[in-house]
Design a protein. Sequence first.
Length: 187
Amino acid sequence: MSTDSPLVTLTRDIEAIQIPSGLTKKLEKGTPVIITQALGGTYTVVVEHSAGLFRVLAQDADALGKEVVPHADTNGATPHAGGPLDEEAIWTQLKTCYDPEIPVNIVDLGLIYSMDIKPQEGGGNLVEVKMTLTAPGCGMGPSIASDAQRKILSVPGVTDAQVDVVWDPPWSADRISPEGKSKLGMI
């Protein structure tokens, strides 16, 4: 997604996740950044003075001059058992999770290998997801998995979620959906 003004100055200090290492780094107020991707409630930015890529979470959108959208920001999601579980709602939430370097969601990239829903005693459901990454050396795995977990927990009927990054079988471009291939210009 493009933005109107490519250069933005941070209006406050934020913690951002360095890409691809996955390490957290403080970006200080006044730092000039360029937003390269704004998908799924997160932003990928280039820090102009260091030429580094960083992921900025939805809760810090205001520091980029963007509106913090409560629905898109599930970082503070609390598990809740209310209502029947809608499996399609879980898949919809997973489709709002993006690799910060690729403008295709993790479902259409073929990164989700399995999803199991297990009813829990006393109500609610545990959702277990096995996912992979496009490259084993990517340090963003924990960040992407955490994003997926937060978004799953926002679905009514889900009381717990576990997202594990696995490497078997190895990911290949054959797993990308037709929609993903179209977005990437592969069709």
